[in-house]
Write a protein that binds this ligand. Structure first.
Ligand code: ATP
Length: 250
């Protein structure tokens, strides 16, 4: 399917709502030698929702995201993304995922437009569709003012937005954002939150954070992780006091 057809067609994410969860973890564990970073994690993320992973430093949030993105392999358990196994079908999984790590590399010598075109090609967007895909994402994320600037010259807010654009340029169903507001100023935090909310529905968004108020304002549902273990999952609509719930768990 061409990227233009992907934009025109109802997204896989919406189709999946009636079928498989966008992300499904069954008893997933990850060890780094003697360190247990995730312990028997079982969790479903529904298509089209913004889902928050909340936990202090070292609770396993980044490890879970890196497993989903195929950068790491689980030590045990089964992890499915858009109906594909991350171990057995990693190429299909990568097509469905856009990932923004906490410190996203931006190839500092490239201009923003060039960088996005480079990332689109890397993700398998056909050559004839690259220009259109870049134009669409530059427009959608309001990057036109900086499209000709080298990425090294960007402000932190624009850098974060460019990192998000590279993760969306191939129009994945699922977007994974590790601490997306880290280091942003208050206005940039608000803009990033609005941007994430605007992606819900068409995309499934998984974000990590250790800031309760951030999760409260951005997410539809939240999971609390501590020391690699899942302590609970709640819909924000059913959680009038996130702080009280969090404290009751930890
Ligand atoms: N490459 C690694 N080798 C060894 N231990 C690791 C490695 N990466 C993470 N860990 C350990 O795994 C545990 C979970 O780390 P992880 O980075 O997934 O947590 P986190 O919740 O994302 O933390 P943060 O908010 O600080 O990014 C921690 O104890 C961490 O020290």
């Amino acid at each position: 399917m061409t990227i233009s057809a992907m934009y025109a067609a109802p997204s896989d994410a919406l189709i999946q709502r009636d079928h498989a969860p966008a992300i499904s973890a069954s008893n997933v564990s990850k060890r780094y030698g003697p360190v247990s970073a995730l312990e028997g994690l079982t969790l479903d993320v529904h298509a089209g929702e913004v889902f928050g992973l909340l936990g202090p430093n070292g609770s396993g949030k980044t490890t879970f995201m890196r497993l989903l993105a195929g950068y790491l392999l689980p030590s045990a358990g089964r992890l499915m993304v858009a109906g594909h196994d991350v171990v057995g079908d990693s190429i299909a999984v990568r097509r469905h995922i856009g990932y923004v790590p906490e410190a996203a590399p931006l190839y500092r010598q490239m201009r923003v437009g060039e960088f996005l075109a480079f990332m689109a090609r890397l993700r398998g967007v056909p050559e004839r569709d690259v220009k259109g895909a870049v134009e669409r994402i530059v427009d959608r994320l309001a990057l036109s003012a900086v499209a000709d600037k080298p990425t090294r010259a960007l402000s932190k807010g624009y850098r974060q937005r460019t990192a998000l654009a590279q993760a969306l340029v191939h129009d994945p169903d699922i977007l994974i954002l590790d601490e997306p507001t880290n280091g942003l100023d208050p206005r940039q935090i608000i803009e990033m939150r609005q941007l994430i909310r605007s992606l819900a529905g068409r995309h499934t968004v998984l974000i990590s954070s250790h800031i309760l108020s951030e999760v409260e304002k951005t997410c539809d549902r939240v999971a609390v992780l501590l020391n690699g273990r899942l302590l609970g999952v709640r819909a924000m609509a059913d959680t009038p006091d996130l702080e009280a719930w969090f404290l009751s768990l930890t």
